[in-house]
Design a protein around this ligand. Structure first.
Ligand code: ADP
Ligand code: MG
Length: 701
């Protein structure tokens, strides 16, 4: 059985043994034959290409040179030793340098013998050198390993001193291939294997580690990536299917007075086409008898609140209650206010329930929810924890979803077997590939259009040397009647110094913008909720000119009269955070500005983040750049999802394969929703095995 082969302990592989086995477990998490098989190369070198030392340049990737070590010396003191060697091939020589494992190296390296050297050239002290090269005696080169493309594996310094450098791992891979069962059963549906002409699984595992040609390597890679993505999609889609089968949805069959009157009498602006389309999608979903789970993506300022409100009115028209949850109290308060204002004359009882609600008021709200007299409840996500009982909860909106865990979403579903419809809203644009993976079990709506008349925010990068100009600019804007945000980073790891920074900044601002001409608010996470709210309200009402804040104002806050966002230490913020913060301005009719303040020197990534912000206002482009920069595991909103733990596929690069894999999974479930047909037994079994292996995704199905 292939499965038994996969689960054999790694120490049983010839050439491993208990000591190396322990190291492989500790250093690389390789416990079994299967783990080693899945330890894929991260690149390949062309073994047929030898460079001469004369040709070497620092910008070359991994290269191969044939030559001799002509000298070896250890320098430095006890604490920090360096070994330097000179490697000569007759056309010239380079320096080799090692920092670790010197003892072992000294005892194994031989002078004046012909070696094949592998490594990445770099420039040091004006000359080319190679740090920690891999060296193999030319006489000992194993022809069995010498395929034209040689795999390069991730390894660690500790493993290297045990002979398990990349080449050592390659040797183990060879051993594994020798023992590999001659036939594997197929794990993908025949349909896909044939229509996509996929390489079979056994061959793919051989060709990914020992490709005969670049083409074979590509085909193997495609097959294995496809398989990885296919099972993720199949799992997500079957979860969604199971949920739809298990839960009935409340049926919103009519569009009644609340919705219609709001549309005719209260709506302060015509809806954009995108808003209309999304409302229609929601109406269709809620009338279908199925429970809706929809993600609404819309860039900052695209007008999601009104879509949420109109959906809630639809619920009320059909005799249900609705609930809107926000990630912070500031935002919940603001939603309560905006919504009450928008509803105007329309008589809809709205209640606000947050951590600051007093006991007596809280009790009254609980009563109102139970007897059905309160129609809309607004609060923070603490609402999920709160023992609130609704008479008939029909619709739940979760605003700014990336602050809500998947688990909390699941808790809502779990409340009853006719759960409310759920609309999750997020302003953190997510690249399509990520959305398809993280939210692959949700339906997705997109508001891809901003309300008319918005002027694009003008973004600039300034350093402390420009401080005076920036301050003068703020004074000019304030003189025109506008308001200004100045945001400071407050990051857990450096909380103390950040807090000091914020206070120093606040004091300096109060000095440079003296009262009574200028008034300054301050809001940060360390304040009491009541203080936070008081300061926020002063700014909202236009009583203060400047709001000094930390990222507590990052999401959702809406003060249309604010036209300038200054971000201090902008280099310390992530891209999507910068975009969110910038989204606090540009919400009114005035031209708005975002000023990114940094120190004079920036690292490469920081420079690219700032450059991207200056160049574009497009949230989706920013999200793509974020994904390229940080990788999917760290991109905003995905950190805790646990879903994007991929071995081979790369969501930033493999969009096409992902799309194909998703389509294949959709098609399979259409033909055979429960994978009951005999020809799908392998797929069924594989899916079960994966579920068991990778545990819970924190959702219910
Ligand atoms: P977000 O999608 O970021 O939550 P909001 O719902 O807060 O955006 O809307 C941003 C601003 O745009 C609000 O001031 C809102 O009143 C306004 N707005 C929303 N929709 C429209 C529209 N169709 N036309 C004009 N202004 C709109
Ligand atoms: Mg919003």
């Amino acid at each position: 059985m292939v499965q038994d082969f996969f689960s054999q302990p790694i120490e049983y592989l010839k050439g491993v043994g208990p000591q190396r086995g322990d190291l492989l477990k500790k250093e690389l998490g390789i416990f079994t034959f299967g783990d080693l098989l899945f330890h894929f190369p991260f690149r390949y070198v062309d073994r047929t290409r030898f460079y001469s030392i004369r040709e070497l340049k620092a910008d070359l990737p991994y290269i191969q040179v044939r030559g001799r070590i002509v000298s070896l010396v250890v320098k430095g003191d006890k604490r920090k030793k360096v070994m330097a060697g000179r490697f000569d091939d007759g056309t010239g020589s380079i320096e080799l340098r090692w920092f670790q494992g010197l003892k072992w190296l000294q005892s194994t390296l031989q002078l004046n013998q012909e070696y094949i050297l592998f490594g990445k050239p770099s420039e040091w002290n004006g000359a080319i050198s190679v740090v920690h090269p891999e060296l193999e005696l030319a006489a000992e080169v194993n022809p069995a390993l010498a395929s034209s493309l040689q795999a390069i594996y991730a390894t660690t310094e500790k493993l290297k001193t045990r002979g398990l450098d990349s080449r050592g791992i390659l040797r183990l891979q060879k051993q594994l291939q020798i023992q590999l069962p001659p036939r594997f059963s197929e794990t993908l549906p025949d349909n896909s294997v044939q229509s996509l002409r996929l390489m079979n699984r056994r061959d793919a595992f051989a060709a990914i580690h020992f490709p005969d040609s670049p083409e074979a390597q590509k085909k193997a890679e495609f097959r294995l990536k496809f398989e990885e993505l296919f099972y993720i999609q199949l799992r997500l889609l079957s979860m969604k299917q199971a949920r739809l089968e298990k839960f009935r949805g409340r049926v919103f069959s009519t569009v009644g007075d609340y919705f219609n009157r709001f549309f005719k009498e209260c709506l302060p602006f015509p809806l954009t086409n995108a808003q209309k389309r999304v409302i229609k999608e929601i109406r269709t979903d809620c009338g279908s008898g199925k429970q809706m789970n929809r993600l609404l993506q819309g860039d900052v300022g695209s007008g999601k609140t009104v879509v949420a409100l109109m959906s809630m009115l639809l619920a009320i028209d059909n005799g249900f209650q609705a609930c809107l949850m926000a990630p912070t109290e500031i935002l919940a308060n603001q939603h309560a206010e905006t919504i009450s204002k928008m509803l105007g004359e329309l008589d809809v009882p709205v209640a606000l329930l947050t951590g600051s609600t007093k006991t007596a008021a809280r009790r009254k709200i609980h009563e109102g929810l139970q007897d059905g007299s309160i129609k809309i409840l607004i609060g923070t996500h603490a609402l999920i924890e709160d023992p609130v009982q609704f008479k008939a909860l029909g619709f739940v909106v979760i605003d700014e979803q990336h602050r809500f865990g998947v688990e909390q979403r699941a808790r809502l579903w779990a409340k009853s077997d006719t759960p409310p419809h759920i609309l999750v809203m997020t302003a953190t644009p997510i690249p399509r590939t990520l959305a398809m993976t993280i939210y692959g079990d949700l339906d997705v709506s997109v508001i891809d259009e901003l309300p008319p008349g918005r002027k694009p925010i003008s973004t600039v990068h300034r350093t402390d040397a420009h401080r005076l100009q920036v301050w003068n600019f703020l004074k000019k804007e304030i003189a025109l009647g506008r308001q200004v945000y100045i945001v400071y980073p407050l990051i857990k790891e450096s909380e103390k110094s950040d807090m000091k920074n914020l206070e120093d900044g606040y004091n300096a601002i109060c000095r440079d913008f003296p009262a009574p001409k200028y008034r300054v608010s301050i809001v940060h996470g360390k304040q009491k909720n009541a203080d936070k709210d008081f300061e926020m309200q002063r700014f909202v009402k236009g009583e203060t000119h400047i709001m000094v804040a930390t990222t507590v104002i990052e999401v959702g806050v809406n003060v249309p009269n604010a036209s300038v966002m200054v971000i201090e230490n902008a280099e310390r913020f992530g891209l999507s955070q910068l975009h969110q913060l910038r989204g606090r301005v540009g919400r009114g009719v005035d031209q708005s500005y975002c000023i990114l303040m940094t120190g004079p020197k920036l690292g490469n990534d920081a420079r690219l983040r700032i450059k991207t912000m200056v160049e574009t206002n497009d949230g989706f482009r920013i999200a793509e750049t974020d994904l390229q920069l940080r990788g999917p595991g760290d991109a905003e909103g995905t950190r805790q999802s646990g879903i994007v733990d991929l071995k081979l596929a790369d969501l930033a690069k493999d969009q096409q394969i992902l799309q194909t894999a998703r389509e294949a999974a959709v098609k399979l479930l259409e033909q055979d929703p429960h994978l009951e047909k005999p020809e799908h037994a392998v797929v069924h079994r594989q899916l079960d095995a994966i579920r068991k292996r990778s545990g819970n995704w924190g959702r219910i199905s």
